[in-house]
Design a protein around this ligand. Structure first.
Ligand SMILES: [Ca+2]
Ligand SMILES: [Ca+2]
Length: 145
């Protein structure tokens, strides 16, 4: 076998390996679960304190990013303990929540202190951070006395 022929055969083999062997199917991104809690931030410090209760009946709207725009999908209400959730959402998209301030309440400050107990919502826009992954999104509401 000539050196030139050997190179040709090897090139063909490498090409075949690239064409056939390396195209593993793309795994489907896992579902996204968005849950959270709306609570009464009575002391207005942006943190869920032990003595502060959940706030039921707050409308939470779900948006999904499509071609750079967040498009409304559906809404839900916070339940008795202030908890809410959405059905499993298709992975691979950015999601964002909007919290509608009920009469007599306004949103507390965002990202104040410990992330496990803070409010994840911009009080000007009512919108949360956007996420592609399962996270808890909480919203503190300050009662207007
Ligand atoms: Ca508080
Ligand atoms: Ca948080």
């Amino acid at each position: 076998m000539t050196a030139r022929r050997k190179i040709l055969i090897c090139s063909a083999l490498v090409f075949a390996m690239l064409a056939c062997g390396t195209t593993a199917p793309t795994p489907k991104p896992p579902d996204v679960f968005l849950t959270g809690m709306v609570w009464k931030d009575n002391d207005q410090d942006g943190q869920q304190d032990v003595a502060e209760n959940g706030l039921p009946g707050v409308t939470v709207k779900l948006f999904r990013e499509e071609e750079g725009i967040f498009v409304f999908q559906e809404s839900t209400l916070s339940a008795n303990a202030g908890l809410f959730d959405f059905p499993p959402l298709a992975g691979g998209f950015n999601y964002q929540l909007e919290f509608v301030e009920p009469a007599g309440y306004h949103l507390t400050g965002q990202d104040l202190g410990d992330d496990n107990f803070d409010s994840d919502v911009n009080p000007i826009t009512g919108r949360s951070v956007s996420t592609r992954e399962t996270i808890a999104i909480d919203a503190g509401m300050i009662p207007e006395l």
